[in-house]
Design a protein around this ligand. Structure first.
Ligand SMILES: N[C@@H](CCC(=O)N[C@@H](CS)C(=O)NCC(=O)O)C(=O)O
Length: 233
């Protein structure tokens, strides 16, 4: 832990990020780059159907990325990892929200995986369903998928988009306001960037500008470089 405390910069960092290519773990790399914390990085390539390789499942049996190890601790789930790193390592409050943005920070940190991301994952599943099904049932599944998108998912995503646009109009550059990213931003970026990448017609201008703004930050660029690229940036 001495490297983190700044007393022995050459010491091997205890914190390791297990990064699956083009995944949510870009959240953690960006966070660590903003904090300028030393860490080790282990990258993994996706296998068939964009799933995690067996090697990553040895660290996190569910297969999901990100997962970090820190000494004896192994911690998956991006929201939990952001909270853990913030609590343990952000000793100077570099990524703390301003007082006026504390509730927004709390809300957007949890909203993104709890409410928004499931809609985008459902859209992906409905897109894949006909492609993966036996040839004979594909036409009917295409109709069912189209109906789910037009009647259920797209109207909800449009509402989410409108509310995000209204929020960014008030909060400014970051989800909790202020002049620096907070947990809410580390969590929101991945979801907004894949949403803008896959379904730009369902994303508002302020959210698109937000993604560009975050992508232009030196810390985000360093994260992408260390990751060996990021298809959404
Ligand atoms: N809620 C989890 C989701 C983790 C997750 O599903 N990650 C994706 C990458 S973005 C993944 O690992 N997919 C490959 C797999 O599940 O095998 C989090 O926020 O960490």
């Amino acid at each position: 832990m001495s490297a983190v405390n700044g007393s022995a910069a050459a010491a091997v960092p205890t914190l390791t990020v297990h990064h699956l290519e083009d995944s949510r773990s870009i959240r953690i790399l960006w966070l660590l780059e903003e904090l300028e914390l030393p860490y080790q990085l282990k990258t993994y390539q996706r296998v068939a159907d964009r799933l995690s390789p067996e090697e990553l499942k040895k660290i996190n049996p569910k297969g999901g990325s990100p997962v970090i190890t820190d000494g004896d601790l192994t911690l998956p789930e991006s929201g939990a990892i952001v909270e853990y790193i913030r609590t343990k390592y952000d000793t100077t409050g570099k990524i703390s929200p301003p007082e006026s943005g504390k509730i927004d920070d709390l809300y957007y940190t949890h909203y993104v995986e709890g409410s928004l991301m499931p809609l985008l994952v459902d859209k992906l599943i409905f897109q894949m369903l006909p492609e993966k099904a036996p040839f004979i049932v594909r036409p009917i599944l295409r109709i069912a998928s189209g109906t789910m998108n037009s009647k259920f998912l797209d109207p909800r995503l449009k509402t989410h988009s409108r509310l995000i646009e209204e929020h960014l109009a008030k909060s400014g550059d970051f989800f909790a306001g202020g002049d620096h990213p907070t947990a809410a931003d580390f969590m929101m970026i991945f979801t907004l960037e894949i949403w803008a990448h896959r379904h730009p017609e369902l994303v508002g201008d302020r959210a698109k500008a937000y993604v560009k703004r975050i992508h232009s930050r030196p810390a985000f660029k360093r994260a992408v470089e260390k990751a060996g690229g990021h298809m959404y940036a």
